[in-house]
Design a protein around this ligand. Structure first.
Ligand SMILES: [Ca+2]
Length: 527
């Protein structure tokens, strides 16, 4: 917990528009610019100063942006606003996706407002590559951002490609970010009009001295909700929702739980008594997996340790406690949203960077290509377009988010070649035809393709898995060795990336060389 960071919102919450003006002025000053005509001065920015260059590009693009045109379905006051809720490590353990053990009344309330994507998948089962792919529209196999050690900001392939928030900043939006949106180590505040600074959170006391099993960290806290980082993040977003806005806005609300450490106030643990808790079903043996799949499953050794220590139920309890803590914060945000002046002209998008395993496939954490790590809750609410309570069962991954949002907002596509396609048509008609599978990549050249019926995994060494989700939703029966499926596999393999660029960071190389330890290596910088 000592390492956890928090933004200091307390003083900022009072500053309102004055602060916004200050931040903007400071950004311009930092770029060597005074307030005023930005384009003429942009040429004076030293080319080597990337942040300054970006600030100049933002100013130039804003000055050149055409007048906002309302998108059909919105009121005539201007372009729609966007509230983007970004969640960390939440598998589909929410009521509205069929998991009754979790208490998620507010997430359920939110999802009932729009279209729930029942088959949404992450581009990578790791924080940094998943978020990088979502926010740049470029897959890990294209950029080489495979792991948490790969700093996307200095990635040569990404270069100056604008991120999703930066693209909105350049097209007339005021953009407000808070919490974890990019991977924590690689924030880039200059993409946003306003992004409160971090400061270290003091440690909170705990009644439980045993802080987990191996790297699975969990314990209840003696704390109030208001002591928690996510509470402060929501406070900030509520403050922004309650402001008057002279431009359309994007709010990025990045919440950290249920990411580890699974430490939230005791009351959330008390909601899940251990004697009533149900454990996930675990694949009894891994004989059907290829060697590479088996290594991925067992990397880290957490499941064996859970069984040895007898603390598996406590760990599941702690994860559920964190989900319900998160749910309470979503509830606060929604309450404010319902009362705010922007409700009828604001899109809501809820996404999660990837899922989690709590023992299935004898595996813990993310860092694998099976359903529980790859599938995540996603919801869109687009006023005038989506129907409350609608559900879309098509296979979608996060590379579709950037083009979909451009489509909804009437923005041009960014200069980089986005690898996903807009699925606006599915938001309008969730039952419409869709012929693209979801693609998830873990490290270099290990891929999973998911259609509505099949999951096909192929590892770098040629190991394969094929599962029929109509009959085998737990993915226990690997059909890849059955020659009757050869044509199917060939067809699905067409979706695997043709390019798998080399890993670029020292952290990624460590994981690659470790072979058996991709899990542990990826976790080194898992903040
Ligand atoms: Ca994550």
């Amino acid at each position: 917990m000592n390492k956890t960071t928090v933004r200091n919102f307390s003083t900022r919450a009072r500053a309102g528009i004055d602060r916004r003006a200050f931040v903007k002025t400071a950004a311009l000053a930092g770029a060597g610019l005074a307030a005023g005509p930005a384009i003429a001065r942009a040429a004076k920015i030293p080319a080597k100063d990337r942040a300054a260059k970006r600030a100049a590009q933002n100013a130039a693009a804003q000055a050149a942006a055409p007048d906002a045109t309302p998108v059909a379905g919105f009121d005539a006051t201007g372009k729609p606003n966007v509230l983007m809720i970004c969640i960390d490590d939440l598998r589909t353990w929410v009521n509205c996706l069929g998991y009754s053990q979790a208490k998620t009344p507010n997430i359920d309330r939110l999802f009932a407002m729009g279209v729930t994507l029942t088959r949404a998948y992450c581009p990578a089962p790791v924080c940094n590559p998943s978020r990088t792919a979502l926010l740049t529209g470029l897959r890990p196999s294209t950029t080489g951002v495979y792991n948490n050690g790969d700093d996307w900001r200095v990635n040569k392939i990404i270069g100056d490609a604008p991120t999703l928030p930066l693209w909105l900043t350049r097209h007339g939006y005021n953009t407000f970010g808070a919490g974890k949106i990019y991977h924590d180590n690689y924030r880039r505040e200059s993409d946003w009009t306003e992004y409160p600074k971090y400061e270290t959170q003091k440690a909170l006391p705990s009644p439980e001295s045993r802080a987990g099993v191996l790297d699975i960290k969990f314990r209840p806290l003696i704390a109030k909700d208001s002591d928690m980082v996510d509470h402060h993040t929501v406070d900030y977003c509520i403050d922004v929702l309650n402001r008057k806005h002279d431009k359309p806005f994007l709010i990025g609300c990045g919440l950290h739980k249920p990411h580890m450490p699974w430490e939230v106030p005791q009351k959330y643990f008390d909601m899940y008594p251990l004697d009533k808790l149900e454990l996930p079903k675990v694949q009894p043996n891994l004989d059907a997996l290829p060697a590479s799949g088996k290594r991925m499953a067992l990397a880290g050794g957490q499941h064996e340790a859970m069984l040895k220590t007898g603390r598996w139920k406590e760990a599941v309890q702690a994860y559920l406690a964190c989900i319900t803590f998160l749910d309470a914060q979503i509830g606060r945000l929604l309450d404010a949203f319902d009362k705010c002046a922007h409700k009828d002209n604001t899109i809501i998008l809820f996404w999660v960077d990837h899922g989690w395993h709590l023992g299935e496939q004898q595996h813990w954490r993310k860092f694998c290509l099976w359903e529980n790590a790859a599938r995540v809750p996603v919801m869109w609410r687009v006023p005038g377009m989506t129907k409350p309570g609608a559900r879309c069962e098509r296979t979608l991954d996060h590379t579709g988010i950037f083009p979909t949002l451009c489509d909804l907002l009437g923005l041009p596509l960014p200069p980089q070649q986005l690898e996903g396609a807009s699925y606006r048509a599915l938001l309008e008609n969730p039952g419409a035809a869709w012929n693209r599978p979801a693609l998830t990549t873990f490290m270099q050249n290990n891929h999973s393709v998911r259609t509505e019926k099949w999951r096909y995994i192929r590892y770098k060494d040629g190991g394969e898995e094929l599962y029929d989700h109509d009959t085998d939703p737990l993915e226990w029966n690997n059909l890849a060795g059955d020659p009757r499926h050869d044509a199917l596999k060939k067809d699905l393999a067409k979706w695997f990336p043709k390019v798998n660029v080399t890993m670029q960071s020292a952290g990624a190389k460590k994981a690659k060389n470790a072979g058996k330890g991709a899990n542990a290596a990826a976790g080194d910088s898992d903040e």
